[in-house]
Structures are given as C-alpha cells and as structure tokens.
Write a protein that binds this ligand. Structure first.
Ligand SMILES: [Zn+2]
Length: 271
C-alpha cells in the first residue's frame, strides 16, 4: 500500500521545439530516415502537499538557437505562471547534464541540486575526449555544476535515491552514462518521468535505441526498468515526444502546448 505517500501533481513544461528534425537524427537504422519527426523539449515540476521539486531546468534561448531549436517557454517563466517563485525552490533534480536539461540552474539560487555521481564522473572524465560523447554538453554548464559542488549545493548520489516521500530517482544510463529516471507518486499511482531514457514512445513500443547513445545495451535495459517502476505504460512520460502534448491536458487556460498536467490519465487528442 502506498496510501500514506503524498500525491504529487506533475507539470510538464514544453520549453522548446524542433520541427525540421528527421528520423535519421533520432533513431539508428530507421526504415524511413528522411521523414520529419518533430522533437519537443520538456522539463517538469512536481507539486506536493508540502513541497515543490523541479526536475531539469531547460535550455537558454541562445543555446536553443545554437542547436537549431525554437524556444517555447523558459522553465523559470513557466514556474512563475504556476505561482512558484524559482528563487524559493529548494530542490532541483538533474536527470543528466545535457544542454537542454541544465540551462537555467542559475534561476534557482536557493536550491540544492541532485544528480547521479556517475554523470559527474562521465562529464569530467576521459569519455569527454571524444566529440561523439561530449557534443550535447556545454563546458560552461559543467563548470557551473563543479561550482555548485564546491559551494555545497550539489548532491551527487548513487544509483537509487529517495528525494522525498513519493519521489525517487533511479540510474539507467544508456543515453549518457549518468542518465536517470524519476518515479513520482500521484493520485493515480506511480508515474515515471523517463527523461531522456525515452525521447519518444516509439523507443519503448518497438524496443528501438535512440540515435544519441553512450551504451545501447543500457538504453534497451532501461525500457524494462521504466516499466518495472511505472504502474502501467500510461504512467510513462518521455522527454521529447510531440505526442505528450496530444495525450495530456493543458495545466490551465492559455497554457495549451506550453504547460501540461502529466500526473493525470492521458487522453487521446480531441477526446
Ligand atoms: Zn534531452
């Protein structure tokens, strides 16, 4: 029984979009490599009865431009829309350190950040000698993480960690060596924010690896771990799939396509 655990609301913030991406950029050996497949960019905020936890911080406008993406809504601005002052947030989870997940850490001056120790070892270790593995990391972001560590504001934890009652993080690796997923207790049970362990639902549905990979076997094994931790496939939320905005409702009037409620049950578009 998990009835004693708090129920969190989960808000997904759609902070960017790329409408010109093709399938070959997303999947290895895709049968239709030249077809377009839009990429959306999400971060999340968990709102419980007595605490708020931010999961990933999105990317800066200039970073989006550098990588050819279009900004939609900066996560700090989205938090303000939800009545949350970023300066008051005390807990920020970083699922990994790619540029589209750690861009706004400076918007949370009071926060303690959490990340897999393995991710810090990866982004400051010998694999970064290879352009293949470092291309989605920005050196200033990594330097900022080192700064947080030495300021006593970055908790580098082991594979599985409890953040708060009803919120746990779990290492899966694959996409990068320190990729983690986040399990959140909600009114309808355990939801898993898969972050970049699933860019698209297709990966889970077809057992496909995403094209940006550190370790493909860990990436495929992650699919099983995600399913172990989520109450059903309807409790799994990927980080970059445009289907997310069709499946889950806007968090309020005027927030369509920008802030969604992903703790509630998904519904098909138009239903
Ligand atoms: Zn990402």
């Amino acid at each position: 029984m998990t009835g004693h655990l708090p129920d969190y609301q989960i808000y997904a913030i759609r902070h960017g979009v790329n409408t010109v991406r093709i399938r070959a950029q997303n999947f290895i050996n895709d049968p239709d490599p030249a077809a377009l497949l839009q990429m959306d960019f999400y971060s999340w905020v968990l709102v419980g009865p007595d605490r708020t936890v931010v999961v990933d911080t999105g990317m800066k406008v200039e970073t989006a431009a550098r990588y050819g993406h279009t900004p939609v809504m900066a996560p700090p601005e989205a938090l303000a829309q939800l009545g949350i002052d970023p300066a008051s947030v005390d807990t920020v989870l970083l699922t990994h350190a790619h540029y589209d997940h750690v861009g706004h850490i400076d918007a949370f001056p009071q926060a303690r950040f959490w990340m897999q120790a393995r991710e810090m070892a990866y982004v400051t270790g010998p694999w970064m000698e290879h352009a293949l593995f470092r291309h989605a990391y920005l050196a200033p972001d990594i330097a900022a993480l080192v700064g947080l560590l030495h300021a006593g504001r970055l908790h580098l934890h082991g594979p599985d960690a409890g953040v708060a009652p009803g919120v746990t993080v779990h290492w899966v690796g694959g996409h990068c060596d320190g990729q983690e997923i986040v399990r959140v207790h909600t009114a309808r049970g355990w939801v898993v924010l898969a972050s970049d362990a699933l860019h698209y639902f297709e990966e889970l549905e077809r057992g496909k690896p995403y094209a940006v990979a550190f370790n493909i076997s860990d990436m495929i094994a992650a699919h099983g771990r995600i399913r172990e931790l989520a109450d059903s496939d309807d409790h799994i939320v990927p980080a970059h799939d445009p289907r997310v905005a069709d499946l889950w409702p806007a968090a309020g009037p005027g927030l369509d396509g920008r802030i969604l409620r992903v703790d509630v049950a998904p519904v098909a578009a138009g239903s």
